[in-house]
Design a protein around this ligand. Structure first.
Ligand code: UGA
Length: 485
């Protein structure tokens, strides 16, 4: 019986750390590699340098079992690994739309000359089309092992906040390979998810790298589509939540990535659509992807619209107002503030002269480092205290369950703007709040009064695709009415 391949993972961000810890949990010997010594020291001590639910226990278990280790040494990693995954960041170039591949280049240039025995180098980072082919040409001429070293492309589809589940049970595994040997090596690494029925799509590396860029472009397009419809809703009086609900029930459309609100942010979708469009222009097919510029523009307008909504809700001006902000991370379940719509809105409102008091369950330390000009507080109540307007900007579950009756007692004015449609509008209104949300009409029919049981049974709830639950709403309404009488 041959020994299982030993694995290295270069880059210990969300992707690399999740990949390394998950593969160790499947029984492989794994070495995580990073040039950041402080990060490696934290990981060796069992501490995650970022917030990702469920990953730290896996990290600690890997360290305890001896199957997972970390190093800053490329020679040690080159000596150790049979399969080397490259998971380093490919951020947007400063001041330009294209991808900055300098981390990938540095990793490749550091590793390739050290590879002296047969092994597979696997690109996992998101890169512009055509990147894999260039590195595949360079690999055998740069590595002492020559043709016995091969490149493959195996894009990653994990979402922050779901990193462990998405790594262990992805929707699909895409293997971009030039040879049967590379395919066999990847099948061995992914034997467990493949045995559990995860589809394995074998393709050429050019297609594999494009699958990832295209997937993110499609998701971004879907989000911007429903947000464009929210703009139309705002001038027609239609309700974007009911619209999204009805659209999403068509299986050809589907409800995923169809949540309207403040749009997409984070370290992936925004920079990936820009990098793809920029690459298309370099390749002479800029027209084919010109719609991605519109997708980006619609997304940007959501942030501006939210600032406008906040100003309207605050009585026409923000200067001198106290604004409570719930949420700073680009999405719940993450402390990531890269291109966060929530943080950008908070900062723009601060720049307009408001005092912004913000709370986020995970992202405050990161936000404070970049924006010490905002005020930070440790709770929902703290953000609401004396607020002229309360803004929900990231849909953390603890915000949805906050009691509108309790919060009513602490604010200066009962006005809330729900940018993510996370609150139960009827319940908040029943407690006397002026509730506003982008893409929704001002006056919302109480579901119990105007929607028949059949409509409610079909899922036509006040929160559309996210589903609020009429019973919960009715309970809050009864509580508020009782409190008011
Ligand atoms: C995204 C993709 O979903 C992953 O498949 C991909 O692997 C990853 O990028 C990557 O390239 O590494 P992620 O950035 O973690 O994952 O976040 P998403 O859950 O896709 O959300 C992105 C943004 O869109 C968030 O700001 C979220 O609030 C927003 N969003 C998402 C919406 O506004 N509406 C939706 O319906 C869905």
């Amino acid at each position: 019986m041959t020994k299982p391949p030993r694995i290295t993972v270069f880059g210990t961000g969300y992707l690399g750390t999740a990949h390394a810890a998950c593969l160790a949990s499947l029984g492989f010997d794994v070495l995580g590699v990073d040039i950041d010594a402080a990060r490696i020291a934290a990981l060796e001590a069992g501490r995650l340098p970022f917030y990702e639910l469920g990953l730290e226990p896996l990290l600690r278990e890997g360290l305890r079992s001896g199957r997972l280790g970390f190093t800053t040494s490329y020679p040690s990693a080159a000596e150790f690994g049979d399969v080397h995954f490259i998971c380093v960041g490919t951020p947007q170039r400063p001041g330009a739309p294209g991808a900055d591949l300098s981390q990938f280049e540095a990793c490749f240039a550091g590793l390739a000359p050290l590879l002296r025995r047969p092994c597979l180098v696997v690109g996992k980072s998101t890169v512009p089309p055509g990147t894999a082919a260039g590195y595949a040409r360079r690999l055998p001429v740069t590595s002492p092992a020559g043709a016995r070293v091969e490149l493959a492309w195996n894009p990653e589809f994990l979402r922050e906040g779901h990193a462990v589940a998405d790594t262990l049970r992805p929707d699909r595994i895409v293997a971009g390979v030039w040879s049967g040997r590379a395919e066999a090596a990847l099948r061995e690494v992914y034997a467990e998810p493949l045995a559990a029925g995860v589809p394995f799509v074998v393709t050429d590396p050019a297609t594999a790298e494009l699958v990832k860029a295209a997937a993110n472009a499609f998701l971004a397009t879907k989000i911007s589509f429903i947000n464009a419809m929210a703009e139309v809703c705002e001038v027609t009086g239609a309700d974007v939540l009911s619209l999204a609900d009805a659209l999403g029930r068509d299986p050809r459309i589907g409800g995923a990535a169809l949540r309207p609100g403040l749009g997409f942010g984070g370290g992936c979708l925004p920079k990936d659509i820009r990098a793809l469009a920029a690459r298309a222009a370099e390749l002479g097919v800029d027209q084919a992807l010109s719609f991605l510029h519109e997708v980006d523009a619609i997304n940007g307008r959501r942030r501006t619209r939210l600032v406008d909504l906040a100003r309207e809700a605050a009585g026409g001006r923000l200067e001198g107002r106290r604004v409570g902000v719930l949420g700073l991370a680009f999405k719940p379940g993450s402390d990531d503030i890269r291109d966060s719509p929530a943080l950008e809105v908070a900062v723009r409102i601060r720049a307009l002269g408001a005092r912004v008091v913000a709370f986020d369950p995970a992202a405050m330390d990161r936000a404070r480092r970049v924006h010490p000009d905002l005020d930070y507080t440790g709770s929902v109540l703290g953000a609401a205290r004396d607020a002229d307007v309360l803004l929900l900007l990231t849909e953390w579950p603890e915000f949805s369950t906050a009691d509108p009756k309790v919060l009513a007692k602490t604010v200066a004015r009962q006005t809330v703007v729900d940018a993510r449609h996370a609150l139960d509008a009827a319940a908040w209104r029943a407690c006397g709040w002026d509730y506003r949300a982008p893409g929704r009409p001002g006056g919302i029919r109480p579901a119990a009064a105007s929607d028949g049981p059949a409509a409610r049974g079909s899922g036509a709830t006040d929160r559309g695709v996210t589903g609020a639950g009429d019973a919960a709403r009715a309970r809050v309404e009864v509580a508020c009415l009782a409190a008011a009488s």
